[in-house]
Design a protein around this ligand. Structure first.
Ligand code: F6P
Length: 557
């Protein structure tokens, strides 16, 4: 069925001459192959790149020309990108539907910086929380913070969900190489009890510290898991006073933290101008700091800040987040790509695609513009991915020979964190990176029917073994994965998401779309829990599912 809201025939964005110029340009360019673009401009691979904060971006294998970039930059100008970037850094209330500034950049500003929110410089508060986190982390890491029975803390479990989980998990996995190996770090997010049970089954409560992470401290999943943690702890330690040594909170909501039973002296705060999915570098990253230490955490913040400064001050045509954001617009709106594959060739980044899913899709999965009108263009594409080379033996077939256009972001590092000799005398890392480079080449240039035939392939198999190519990708290279590089990489995507939101004229910082499901789940939970057969007034499918669930649950009980 069609959605009941009808789209206006044309929005201001699609009526802009710059948008229409891009549409006209996309027709003929869409018919040009990357083989042709490289043949026409042999230096293309050296020219179409940008560099900042230790990251090198090669975008020469995107289906663009100098003219495409010129038109995209004109569109950015017409959409006021420059001014919107300045507004974000100034602390203007650019999250209009929640009436808030968007200042994750203040979380990584240097101590002497000055960023005002409502006339107050917030940088000293940010630094004060960082200092408290550092002091606490130091005590846990050196063993002077002990549990209730006097045992040192060996296990840290961070409980949170969404932005209060995905960033910390991703950062812990990404920076595991730098982590305190004799400590165990786990993350519990799902309200499915299995998550908590499996995370705790082999741990001693006397040696376990829980970090309850929730911006609002009202999130059902997190509070349910926090109660489970409390019960698990008390059952073993048998004394309410144990909570003081085994629980800390990270939140903006001191009242709810106290209600839960965590004293605010053991709470690390942040602010409503930090969006959940932009908070891994706030106190939400306490588990990261516990794992890698305060100095490494500050190095990560420096990486974020280096990219922030680049984004704030570099002309748009050389600006990495601007370029990646505009290329994403080009692929989504003018070449018709509905998804983006993120392919890190670094096993430590295995949770990076999952982290990016929230960052990109919760930010730009919107169909209402800042003016309150339904948009008539595609917005946020679907992000997904797996580390290479694993993905090559799974879904790459579809990227190479399927019917859909799937732009890819390849991410690789030049130095191995775990060098391993390979049987041919090289290093396994060289094999890994050879695969990354080969994949981007294969996607761009493919293999023609003539080349396949020349190899002696039977005629009937030629179409099957032909690769059309012309599949766009960008490659991000850095020297090695370390805290600074991770910060720069995350900031690159954060700002790229913002650039796309500016062009699409949407609020990238709200998330109203998650509310309806939450409200309905509350009502359904009450109906499922009710001891007598409740009167149900949903649609017939929902009513039947609730009844069947209750019946089968009771039958098996
Ligand atoms: O449900 C979505 C969401 O609101 C995310 O935006 C947020 O990161 C997550 O829930 C967790 O929220 P909180 O940190 O308040 O528990």
């Amino acid at each position: 069925m069609e959605p009941s809201v009808s789209a206006p025939s044309s929005s201001p964005l699609t009526r802009r001459p710059q948008w229409q110029a891009l549409q006209e340009h996309a027709g003929p360019l869409g018919r040009r192959h990357l083989r042709e673009l490289f043949a026409a401009d042999p230096a293309r691979g050296e020219r179409l790149h940008a560099e900042a904060a230790g990251l090198y971006l090669d975008y020469s294998k995107q289906r663009v020309t100098g003219e495409t970039l010129r038109l995209l930059l004109e569109l950015a100008g017409a959409c006021g990108l420059h001014e919107r970037i300045a507004a974000m850094f100034r602390g203007d209330r650019i999250n209009t539907t929640e009436d808030r500034p968007v200042l994750h950049v203040a979380l990584r500003a240097p101590a002497g910086a000055h960023i005002d929110v409502d006339g107050r410089n917030v940088v000293p508060e940010v630094q004060a929380v960082l200092d408290r986190m550092a002091a606490f982390s130091e005590r846990v890491r050196d063993g002077s913070w002990t549990g209730h029975t006097g045992k040192r803390v060996r296990n840290v479990i961070s409980i949170g969900i969404g932005g209060s989980d995905l960033g910390p998990v991703m950062a812990y996995e990404a920076l595991r190489h730098y982590s305190r190996r004799e400590m165990t770090f786990r993350f519990v997010s799902n309200v499915d009890g299995t998550d908590f049970v499996e995370a705790t089954r082999d741990l001693d409560p006397a040696e376990t510290l829980f970090i309850i992470c929730s911006k609002t401290f009202t999130t059902l999943e997190t509070l349910t898991n926090a109660q489970a943690a409390r019960a698990w702890c008390l059952q073993a330690l048998g004394d309410e006073r144990a909570i003081a040594k085994h629980f800390v909170a990270v939140s903006t909501n001191a009242t709810e933290v106290q209600k839960f039973g965590i004293d605010t002296t053991r709470m690390f705060g942040f602010w409503d101008w930090v969006g959940g999915r932009y908070s891994m570098d706030s106190a939400i990253g306490l588990s990261t700091m516990l794992a890698i230490g305060a100095d490494n955490f500050r190095a990560m913040l420096a990486g974020f800040h280096a990219m922030d400064e680049h984004f704030r001050s570099t002309p748009l045509q050389h600006n990495l987040p601007v370029l990646t954001g505009l290329l994403a617009i080009w692929n989504a709106n003018f070449l018709g790509a509905a998804t983006v594959a993120v392919l890190p060739y670094e096993h430590y980044l295995k949770r990076f695609p999952a982290y990016l899913q929230q960052l990109t899709m919760e930010s730009n999965g919107k169909h209402i513009s800042l003016d309150g009108a339904r948009v008539d263009y595609a917005t946020g594409p679907i992000y997904w991915g797996e580390p290479g080379t694993n993905g090559q033996h799974s879904f790459y077939q579809l990227i190479h020979q399927g019917t859909r256009l799937i732009p890819c972001d390849f991410i690789g590092f030049c130095r191995a964190l775990n060098p391993m000799p390979d049987p041919h005398g090289g290093d396994q890392h060289d094999l890994l990176m050879a695969n990354l480079i080969a994949q981007s080449e294969a996607l761009a240039f493919g293999k023609t029917a003539a080349e396949v035939t020349a190899e002696g392939t039977p005629a009937a198999l030629v179409p099957h073994r032909t690769f059309e190519g012309n599949r766009p990708s960008s490659t991000i290279l850095a020297e090695r994965l370390d805290p600074h590089t991770l910060g720069a990489l995350v900031a690159l995507y954060e700002h790229s998401v913002f650039v796309q939101g500016v062009i699409w004229n949407i609020d990238s910082f709200d998330q109203w779309g998650v509310e309806l499901g939450k409200a309905l789940a509350k009502r359904t939970a009450a109906e499922i829990a009710s001891s007598n057969d409740p009167e149900l007034s949903h649609d017939s499918s929902t009513n039947t599912l609730i009844r069947r669930y209750r019946r089968l649950r009771e039958a098996s009980a």
